[in-house]
Write a protein that binds this ligand. Structure first.
Ligand code: NAD
Length: 425
């Protein structure tokens, strides 16, 4: 049976402080000068908009929308748009900076940005979400642009929202501009392989890390928290590679099957059940959904949301390898505990960079006006992910630091050296 966490304590860090403490540590190890440090820590632009939307009941509701551009040193800024009640400016700032480091780690020519709207899309009709997405796009039409700032999906958004965004932005320009956003439906210039790219990348990275740790896929069990785009695709790819997925979870709870869960079956169930695992009976429902973090598996993939690994549950984690599918699933207070317990953590900015990598391919294809076949997309993204992993791994050995600090060192070093060439005022 999986380990049951004694008390479901959640200690939510300020995501910005969490990100900054990692940035500070890497900057120190790298010996970054003060001026560059100050430039890199501050976002270049922060935009907050009010979006009055007519709801289906005829009443007007005002939503708050954000877009933060953290850096454009490496190129136009790139980052997803999140629809969630937890969206706030601090979270968006942290996620925007993460995007800068993520693009730098995988060596793609983008800066970092993030956007979001504080809303609960699960309680909104399709029409309400469409009106909200169009209003947000119009409000941000001076910010977005294929050479300026390129959004993508994140939690609570997907190809349909990106299609509305592209359409509304295109209206402001009087022509179709499909390179303004990635993660679009295939028929509108989306890339083959984009929907599953993040999960595929997480899997490629998990396998590379397992090889270093001499973990055989056929003898490895895993738990995947979150059963959305990243979680379900990761679970599917891992199981195709022979890893036994003993636990999965979503907002409805956590599910355990000691013999392994049939992921295809779970995905089919979810799709037929309005996107939820609620009522899934092929696995036992765990009393405490947070117990998935500490359950008895070798590999843990948090692929839901932030701060799920913290100082209270980190001492009880049984996995020897954690591969971060979500952004910021481990808060800074848990880092030292995991490292002292010799648990290897492959950080978000490396592990989930497969999505932005294939987003970059989508943008390249749109700009060239052509479409790459799936095997080309997969081959190129797998290589980028493996190369990035090897670079971070070698940096960790060189500086005698964790993979997380090493990933930040690789990223900050790259952005700082570009900044030195470009210069400021
Ligand atoms: P999604 O909306 O498709 O799915 C989120 C899933 O997590 C859902 O199954 C939801 O029920 C579940 N969930 C939410 N809170 C939970 C909780 N507290 N406990 C258990 N399950 C919970 O979102 P997604 O696109 O899969 O994104 C998941 C994470 O991955 C986010 O942190 C996101 O920033 C990150 N990410 C996404 C992409 C991408 O390409 N979609 C790329 C990089 C990183």
């Amino acid at each position: 049976m999986p380990y049951k966490e004694p008390a479901p304590i959640k200690d939510k860090d300020n995501p910005l402080e969490s990100m900054m403490s990692r940035f500070d540590e890497a900057a120190r190890k790298l010996g970054l000068d003060n001026e560059t440090y100050t430039v890199l820590k501050n976002p270049v632009k922060q935009v907050v908009v009010s979006l009055p939307i007519t709801m289906d009941n005829g009443k007007i509701k005002v939503f708050e929308g954000y877009r933060v551009i953290h850096s454009t040193i490496l190129g136009p800024s790139k980052g997803g748009i999140r629809y969630d009640m937890g969206v706030n400016i601090n979270e968006v700032k942290a996620l925007a900076a993460w995007m800068t480091w993520k693009c730098a780690v995988v060596d793609i020519p983008y800066g970092g940005a993030k956007g979001g709207i504080t809303c609960n899309p699960r309680e909104m009709s399709k029409g309400e979400i469409e009106r909200l997405t169009r209003a947000y796009t119009l409000a941000m039409s001076d910010i977005f642009g294929p050479d300026k700032d390129i959004p993508a999906p994140d939690m609570g958004t997907g190809p349909q929202e990106m299609a509305w965004l592209m359409d509304e932005y295109s209206k402001t320009k009087g022509m179709t501009v499909n390179a303004v956003v990635t993660g679009k439906p295939l028929v509108l210039g989306g890339s083959l392989g984009r929907p599953e790219a993040t999960g595929r990348g997480v899997t490629v990275i998990a396998l590379a890390a397992m090889e270093k740790l001499k973990m055989l896929p056929s003898k490895t069990s895993a738990a995947v928290q979150g059963f959305g785009n990243v979680g379900a695709n990761t679970a599917q790819f891992l199981s195709e590679r022979g890893i036994t997925i003993k636990s999965i979870s979503d907002l409805s709870g956590a599910y355990w099957n000691d013999k392994g869960i049939d992921i295809k079956d779970a995905i089919a169930y979810r799709d037929a059940n309005r996107g939820s695992l609620e009522g899934y009976t092929e696995a036992e429902k765990m009393g405490d959904a947070n117990g998935i973090i500490t359950c008895a598996v070798d590999l843990l993939v948090p692929a839901a949301t932030e701060d799920v690994i913290h100082s209270h549950n980190a001492p009880h984690i049984q996995a020897k390898l954690i591969v971060e599918g979500a952004n910021g699933p481990t808060n800074a207070s848990a880092d030292d505990i995991l490292s002292s317990r010799h648990i290897t953590v492959v950080p978000d900015i490396l592990a989930n960079a497969g999505g932005v990598t294939v987003s970059y391919f989508e943008w390249v294809q749109n700009r060239l006006g052509l479409r790459w076949p799936l095997d080309r997309v997969n081959r190129r993204s797998d290589k980028i992910m493996v190369d990035a992993f090897e670079k971070v791994y070698a940096t960790a050995k060189q500086y005698k630091v964790t993979l997380r600090t090493a990933a930040y060192i690789v990223a900050i070093d790259k952005v700082a050296s570009c900044y030195k060439f470009r210069g400021g005022f």
